[in-house]
Design a protein around this ligand. Structure first.
Ligand SMILES: [Cu+2]
Length: 220
């Protein structure tokens, strides 16, 4: 099921959506059970003529059950999602980057630094693009995020990527695109009056197209 999500175009998009579905099913089932019990109690224990309220001082067994059941459910969710989560978020488990980029956020734009022809950042042929993220398919892309002024959030809905960019701190994210096309780069953290227009375009090329694009930029 899609749940209104945009099409997923990254290698781990399907895993994220599966995690989302599991959490939704578990919490959704809990919600239905709780609401059904609530409605049952409202009817079963409604006010009646001559009825008298009972004074309950606590019930150890019930308290243990209502503590243990949610604990076990949440622990199961944590265990089932830990693998995917660590693969995504833990730099030591990132795949070797095929493309290294720097993304600097500021009110209200994304500045992306690309390595030039030498494929390395921090050399003379680096170039910067404003609100334009270009990358090839089939290659893990590693981005180092930072922010100049306030907290922004780097959001690529189609790739299932969302990561805060925090002033004074560098944060790494990675993803691998599976399908050429044009996608959205948004800011998912209210960062000031111009937050709504802090947007960029993601252009996913085939590897050959990307190489050509990169060389054209380096030439100018
Ligand atoms: Cu922002």
């Amino acid at each position: 099921m899609k749940w209104g999500f945009p099409e997923s175009v990254s290698t781990y998009g399907g895993d994220i959506d599966a995690m989302y579905a599991i959490i939704l099913y578990v919490t959704g089932a809990m919600f239905l059970v709780v609401e059904a019990t609530l409605i049952y109690f409202i009817i079963r224990y409604r006010r009646r003529e001559g009825g008298k309220a009972d004074y309950v001082h606590g019930h150890l067994r019930t308290e243990i059950i209502w503590t243990l059941v949610p604990f076990v459910l949440v622990a199961m969710l944590a265990v089932t999602s830990a693998g995917t989560w660590l693969d995504l978020k833990h730099p030591s488990r990132f795949p070797a980057a095929g493309l290294d980029l720097k993304v600097r956020a500021k009110q209200f734009e994304w500045n992306v630094t690309y390595p030039g022809a030498d494929g390395r950042l921090g050399t003379g042929d680096d170039f910067v693009k404003r609100n334009q993220l270009h990358l090839p398919t089939g290659v893990p892309v590693r981005l180092t995020l930072s922010a100049e002024d306030v907290i922004h959030s780097f959001f690529l809905p189609e790739f299932r990527v969302k990561q805060d960019a925090v002033p004074g701190m560098e944060t790494s994210v990675w993803f691998e695109a599976t399908k050429p096309g044009t996608y959205v780069l948004g800011c998912a953290e209210l960062c000031g009056l111009g937050h709504y227009k802090m947007r960029g375009t993601v252009t996913v090329h085939t590897p050959q197209e990307f190489q050509r694009w990169q060389q054209e930029q380096g030439a100018s």
